[in-house]
Design a protein around this ligand. Structure first.
Ligand code: F6P
Length: 494
């Protein structure tokens, strides 16, 4: 068993979200998203204080009641941890989340801007940077420093693109603390960072290089980051070792692929809730089920996926009535115009397919816009083809979760730009996310693939995911933390 560490985990989204039920009672539900799922097992094995934003109204009430302190919480498996919800100024938080982090940084890191027309870096964005993003990062830094006073030898573990400038703020006031940062999204090539004005792109890079360790899911994003440190900051980079020296700080840059907890999925797949959903699905299922499960995020490329399916139906009239695409879509970030418009585009694209091909008793494309994890797991078990055609994606955990529990020798169609492709590409049908003709052809190839080949490919993916699970992801990072502590000479807290 690994020794217990004192860890301060910092992410924008908390592992639980508070709300009130119909009877007015406070309920805590599991926070959404891959990051939070991945980190939950940290709580079972280590002494964790988790710092996150108070996002919902009830989160804010909980944070107010706690008066700036952490509260004792219990994870799903009964493990205790401390949760410190940070109360941000609402207007600062809106600009941080809805103006800077999710449109601007997210769009840069997934190459989503059409640069001939957007973005306009206007005064609004400059203000949102300083009064939103930097201000919220400062509130996070204050909360971290308060927790470090309580546990001076804890290591701080930052997550994601919401928190690029906080590490430097912490480093300035707690210089000997071990700081690590995991970036769950791709790192764009350095030229693309030039969309941001020089002071902002410099602050992003300088902020993150205040960490002792910076990690990505794949060597591809790590490579881009190393180059970007040279280009944006003129930092000294050792590409072979993966080390960056800048401003007196040595940062180790690493790549560790996030994964899932196979046991959790095995249990879930056999649970009464999933079985009930699955029975309903089986009653209605077509001969061939093409599945996609995504947040309604422009990076997920849902619209091109629908277009590819339309091209497939156009080329294969013999499959009409025999195949159905099921799209389970979790509505995401709807306060941001780009995301709200994208959801509209998804609905329009689905309409086009159904208007064109629908017949009595056959709906070619069924889609649901709701967050329903149980329904997703039931569909994971039943797909014949899983379409993951993301434009760019840090990892894409659906490409791991769904094959793991699939019972039909389903075929994975996988974008060459999803982080998961670096691990699973050899057993998937690879597609270019922009090539809708190629994706239509891949759907055909998957549906007509010989049964033996389907089985072999699926079983290879299952094996790989079981052998490279979430536990190994976490262990690799803790080892990086230990190495960083050895390098800086600070003591281990076990
Ligand atoms: O991919 C990055 C990520 O932070 C994931 O962990 C998560 O699935 C998603 O983005 C959640 O985004 P949000 O917290 O904005 O809903």
């Amino acid at each position: 068993m690994p020794s217990r560490r004192k860890l301060i985990v910092v992410s924008n989204r908390a592992p639980v979200a508070f709300s009130r039920d119909a009877g007015g009672e406070r309920v805590a539900s599991r926070g959404g998203g891959g990051l939070v799922t991945g980190l939950r097992s940290l709580v079972s094995h280590h002494d964790v204080t988790w710092i996150a934003s108070a996002m919902s109204d009830e989160d804010r009430v909980v944070a107010e009641e706690a008066g700036g302190e952490a509260i004792e919480e219990t994870a799903g498996d009964g493990s205790p941890y401390r949760l410190h919800l940070v109360l941000h100024d609402p207007s600062a938080y809106d600009r941080y989340y809805n103006v800077v982090a999710n449109p601007v940084l997210w769009f840069i890191q997934h190459y989503l801007w059409g640069l001939s027309s957007s973005p306009d870096v206007d005064q609004g964005l400059h203000n949102a940077w300083s009064e939103g993003y930097v201000a919220v990062n400062r509130s996070f830094a204050e909360a971290i420093l308060a927790e470090l006073e309580r546990e001076p030898d804890a290591a701080v573990f930052f997550h994601d693109y919401h928190l690029y400038v906080a590490p430097r703020m912490v480093r300035e006031r707690a210089p000997n603390t071990t700081l690590a940062h995991f970036v769950h999204v791709p790192w764009a090539m350095s030229e693309y960072w030039r969309v941001l004005p020089e002071p902002i792109r410099r602050a992003v890079h300088e902020g993150i290089l205040a960490n002792d360790v910076v990690s990505f899911h794949t060597p591809r994003w790590r490579r881009n980051f190393l180059r970007s440190c040279e280009d944006v900051l003129d930092a000294e980079v050792d590409h072979d070792a993966g080390d960056v020296r800048y401003g007196g700080q040595l940062t180790a840059v690493r790549a560790h692929a996030i994964s899932v907890d196979p046991e959790e999925f095995d249990t879930l797949a056999e649970s009464p809730e999933v079985r009930a959903e699955e029975s309903a699905l089986v009653e209605d299922r077509p001969e061939f089920l093409v599945l996609r499960v995504d947040r309604t995020d422009p990076s997920k490329n849902v619209v091109r996926g629908f277009r590819a399916y339309e091209l497939y139906l156009e080329a294969h009239p013999e499959m009409h009535g025999r195949v159905q695409m099921l799209a389970l879509l979790d509505p995401s970030r709807q306060d941001i115009p780009e995301y709200a418009e994208y959801l509209g585009a998804i609905q329009r694209a689905a309409r086009v397919v159904n208007d064109r091909f629908q017949q009595e008793g056959w709906l070619p494309l069924a889609f649901e816009i709701q967050d329903d994890f149980i329904q997703a797991v039931a569909a994971y078990k039943q797909f014949d083809v899983l379409l993951v055609n993301a434009i760019f994606d840090g990892m894409n955990l659906i490409a791991k979760e769904a094959p793991l529990v699939n019972t039909r020798d389903g075929v994975l169609i996988l974008s060459e730009n999803a982080g998961a492709h670096e691990e699973l590409g050899e057993w998937a049908l690879t597609v270019n996310p922009f090539d809708v003709a190629g994706q239509a052809e891949a759907i055909h190839e998957a549906i007509t693939m010989a049964p033996g080949e389907r089985r072999e490919r699926l079983h290879a993916i299952k094996r790989h995911v079981r052998e490279h699970d979430i536990g190994s992801w976490i262990e690799a990072q803790l080892q990086d933390l230990d190495e960083a502590r050895e390098r800086t000479g600070s003591t281990l807290s076990a």
